[in-house]
Design a protein around this ligand. Structure first.
Ligand SMILES: Cc1ncc(COP(=O)(O)O)c(C=O)c1O
Length: 397
């Protein structure tokens, strides 16, 4: 079927929930994807910060194939080998003691919301349920996760939202202090806001949140769905802050493209979930876990990948900074590791479309922020090629 027919059928048969780019992607290799007409694109979206090892990493593909031939699904009524391996590896490499697996980021957030409320009631014996979240945050689309997301545009038409969330501006510590009351049980925050426009925490912000949580006996919950799995230059972004959360949620890069989500917590908190308290048919499914084990092994064993992220990110920011000096409509460039943003004072949509024509996939979030989240295996030379294309595009404006 030719591309225009595929797109027509896509529009006919799929609900209209995404503003899709006019191409059909059929193949991926490393940092490149290929469309149905054989054209190659350098991928700075990477499945929205998901295929961190690049497309079709061989170790990951072989692990998935092997597991598919062995056992695809059994349910959590039984112990599952790859699930145990993955949990063990996540625990060994993080602050956490225990893991709960699910299938997506929103589901992991959903589980964190439930765990924090239940911990307060069942373990602390306090009737507290409010969670403080930050303006500009994004936590997913299920009802709990979208209610936690402090952006009204995601609530529109879906009200009433789940009660029990208080919104405070990002980087506003006095605001958080003022929002804490005798019903507060947790603070949920992204260490770097992704969808909100690549918003970087000011120095000491996350440490201050840690102090507030300790002072009031609240859980500090990090949404590392976008920042985790090496994206920001360490396995988890919190490692760069000299502190640990009590709870963390992961998805995206965890499966390098295979759907999986995870909720991680320290022992006293994790203990709030007893049999029957929470669950998922597919959560921790053998295929997803075997794939994620291979992805995590590759990230950890080949430490070079994570180690190179900060260097590549610095190079990226440096080159974007040069463009900023040249074009007055560029307001800011910012990032951490390979989660990089360029804020414009014009809408970014046309720039994304122009990049596509030049053979580069990029993303725009919060209307005016170009967001770059390439696979962590991207090279300086490939980053330079994108910068040259942006320069050409900007010079035509
Ligand atoms: C920080 C953050 N949390 C949660 C989510 C939701 O994840 P999912 O789309 O897998 O439900 C996303 C997705 O973009 C995200 O970036």
């Amino acid at each position: 079927m030719i591309t225009s027919e595929l797109i027509k059928e896509s529009q006919q048969y799929l609900m209209n929930t995404y503003a899709r780019q006019p191409l059909v992607l059929v193949k991926g290799r490393g940092a490149s994807v290929f469309d149905s007409e054989g054209r190659e694109y350098l991928d700075f979206v990477c499945g929205v910060a998901t295929c961190n090892l690049g497309h079709c990493n061989q170790h990951v593909v072989v692990a998935l194939q092997k597991q598919a031939q062995r056992l695809m699904h059994v349910s959590n009524h039984f112990h599952i080998e790859p699930q145990i391996s993955l949990a063990k590896s996540l625990v060994k490499n993080s602050f956490a003691d225990k893991v709960f697996f699910c299938n997506s980021g929103a589901e992991a957030v959903e589980a964190a919301i439930k765990l924090s409320r239940r911990y307060s009631r069942e373990v602390l014996k306090k009737d507290r349920y409010e969670i403080i979240t930050m303006r500009g945050s994004f936590h997913g689309r299920t009802y709990g996760a979208v209610s936690a997301t402090a952006q009204e545009k995601f609530h529109s038409g879906f009200e009433p939202m789940v009660p029990g969330f208080r919104f405070v501006p990002f980087n506003d510590i006095p605001g958080v202090e003022a929002a804490v009351n005798d019903k507060t049980c947790a603070i949920l925050v992204e260490p770097v806001q992704g969808e909100g426009g690549v918003n970087i925490p000011s120095a000491g912000y996350l440490a201050s949140l840690r102090r507030i949580c300790d002072k009031h006996g609240l859980l500090l919950m990090f949404d590392e769905i976008q920042t985790g799995m090496g994206r920001c230059g360490s396995l988890f972004a919190y490692e760069q802050e000299g502190l640990c959360p009590d709870v963390m949620v992961l998805a995206k890069g965890l499966g390098n493209g295979f759907p999986i989500g995870a909720l991680l917590a320290t022992n006293p908190v994790a203990d709030a979930f007893a049999p029957g308290a929470h669950g998922s048919t597919f959560g921790g499914n053998p295929l997803a876990c075997a794939t994620a084990v291979a992805a995590l092994e590759t990230l950890l064993e080949d430490g070079i990948i994570i180690q190179s992220v900060s260097r590549l990110g610095a190079h990226f920011l440096d080159r974007l900074g040069q463009l900023r000096k040249k074009y007055s409509f560029i307001k800011d460039v910012r990032g951490r590791g390979l989660l990089v943003g360029m804020e414009l004072d014009i809408p970014g949509k046309d720039i994304v479309a122009a990049c596509l024509k030049e053979g580069f996939l990029i993303n725009c979030t919060a209307d005016t922020v170009l967001r770059f989240m390439p696979p962590l295996i991207i090279t300086e030379e490939e980053i330079d090629r994108l910068i040259d294309a942006l320069d050409r595009i900007f010079s035509r404006r």
